[in-house]
Design a protein around this ligand. Structure first.
Ligand code: SIN
Ligand code: MN
Length: 265
């Protein structure tokens, strides 16, 4: 699945593109079941909010078959390879739960500074591509983007270990205010099954979820092969050390899995 010229132009200008209806209801149902099974587990890859609610399941492509299939799905891999014009490896795979009532904030940040400072990623030739497992609404903690902020490059950030259970390199209020005054702020919402890709230097965050509607999102962080990390400090399940190029699966194995037709390999 390739981006068309309009989508490429939007990505270049605004720093993100939303692609609705990429995954079927059956595939999303299978991934929701997977996320339930995953978040019931207790293991180091699963981070919790300060009240114990699941926040993030890292590297669950290594311990759930449905996620494993999604991690090589051509619909996710191909547009990123198209943008970088080279094969990619998987730097990170995660599901963010943003649970009903208790899912907490993600402070305003850019992704690349964290990958650079914590993992030794050389350049902003990596990006997140996200799949909505629930309808993302204006009210259940959608991602918020500052359009065009990717054009500012990597901004100065400070290491916040206090606001949530998860440490993050975050931007200060003055920087965010100036960028929003210039570019505004948007929350791309959409139905489950939609896909959202955004530039590694796009400023983003999300507020807490106080609604009864969960907002589960799967994220693949794909990096250009030439951009392998050189100084990882975080655990391997957060910053992968396997730089094998992702082989995009062209047959729809997730759909087959969802329909219970996938034969044991
Ligand atoms: C992230 O920026 O890595 C996650 C934000 C979110 O899921 O709201
Ligand atoms: Mn981020």
């Amino acid at each position: 699945m390739k981006l068309d010229p309009t989508q490429l132009a939007q990505f270049d200008e605004l720093g993100y593109v939303f692609l609705p209806n990429c995954f079927s209801a059956a595939e999303i149902d299978a991934m929701r079941n997977a996320s339930r099974e995953i978040f019931e587990q207790t293991r180091p890859e699963i981070w919790r909010e300060r009240d114990g609610t699941p926040r993030t399941a890292f590297a669950c492509h290594l311990y759930h078959e449905a996620c494993n299939l999604m991690a090589t799905d051509v619909r996710l891999v191909e547009p990123v390879e198209q943008l970088f014009d080279e094969p990619c490896y998987l730097h990170q795979f995660k599901i963010n739960a943003k649970a009903a009532f208790t899912g907490e904030v993600w402070q305003s940040h850019q992704d690349f500074p964290t990958w650079h400072k914590d993992d030794g990623m050389p350049e902003a030739r990596a990006m997140n591509i996200a799949v909505f497992l629930d309808d993302v609404l204006p009210v259940n903690g959608p991602l918020m983007f500052i359009p065009r902020s990717h054009k500012s490059g990597a901004l100065e950030a400070s290491h916040d270990t206090q606001t949530t259970s998860y440490p993050l390199w975050t931007l200060d209020q003055k920087t965010v205010s100036e960028l929003v005054a210039k570019n505004g702020i948007v929350a791309p919402t959409g139905e489950a099954g939609g896909m959202l890709m955004f530039h590694a230097n796009l400023v983003h965050g999300s507020s807490g979820n106080i609604t009864p509607y969960p907002r589960r999102i799967v994220y693949l962080t794909l990096s250009a092969l030439s951009n392998a990390i050189v100084r990882p400090t975080r655990p391997e399940f957060i910053a992968h050390r396997d730089f094998t190029p992702v082989q995009a699966t062209r047959t729809n194995r997730l759909a087959a899995y969802a329909e219970g037709r996938l034969m044991a390999a």
